[in-house]
Design a binder for this molecule. Sequence first.
Ligand SMILES: Cc1ncc(C[n+]2csc(CCOP(=O)(O)OP(=O)(O)O)c2C)c(N)n1
Length: 275
Amino acid sequence: MDAERKKRLLIQASEIREKTVELIYHGGGGHIGGDLSETDIMVVLFDQMKHDAKNPKWEERDYFILSKGHSAETYYALLNEYGYIGQKEMDDFGSFGALLGGHPNKKVNGVEANTGSLGHGLGFAAGAAIALKKDGKNNHVYVLTGDGELAEGSNWEALMSAKKYKLDNLTWIVDRNHLQISGNTEDVMPIDSLKAKAEAFGFKTLEINGHDYDQISDALNFREKDEPVCIIANTIKGKGLSCAENQAGWHHKTPSKEQVEQLKVDMAEYRKELE
Ligand SMILES: Cc1ncc(C[n+]2csc(CCOP(=O)(O)OP(=O)(O)O)c2C)c(N)n1
């Protein structure tokens, strides 16, 4: 990735982290840990996939499905940044009857699928990829799952179909932050060796640092004829909010005013270093 693009995206990610944490603070709660682990992946993805906020149902768009739907606040922050969602909707987050709920809903521009009940995004994504292939379309389908989410059996059924239907238009990204709702994934329900499992299910599997922009970008661009792709993105849950990093207790939490202010100071300093 060229230096200018990388700097632009790193700055954008720092702003998205601020926006996410503020949204959660004002809304009175959110899945802050998984929001902050997925931020860098989603910032790069939104920058390079085909989409158009002015025409959310554009026929040529790529599809993004946030299977780990609980981490919706980063998604909303990005959709707001790109103009899919207005400021009024952001301000209403957390209030009764608001458009933006704790989990993504198709009523929101830019959201392709209702998610939040874990284990359904991969099935939706594989189905969309099959349909697009049958229609001879070139749209690509990206789906982001959690690692804890992989304890749901329905994922593995969807994964089997990806190889059978030669879904080279499907990229499955795993936010591998090693934590889920109540602790370490390997204690709650072990999923290692995930790479061997993904390969056994027929995926071309890349393991990357989910906070490294060159690695994220290259992996998202990776294609091989007839082969579905899996990206295991190693990440840090709570990344950027120092008190929350790698802490299972920050899976769902409201930061204090001081913690929000600290994040803003840290992000501003970080941006200064980039200049
Ligand atoms: C079917 C279902 N069971 C349980 C939950 C409750 N739940 C919400 S988040 C979560 C843990 C998810 O962990 P992971 O996929 O690793 O997400 P991340 O750490 O990236 O936030 C659970 C069990 C749910 N949303 N859906």
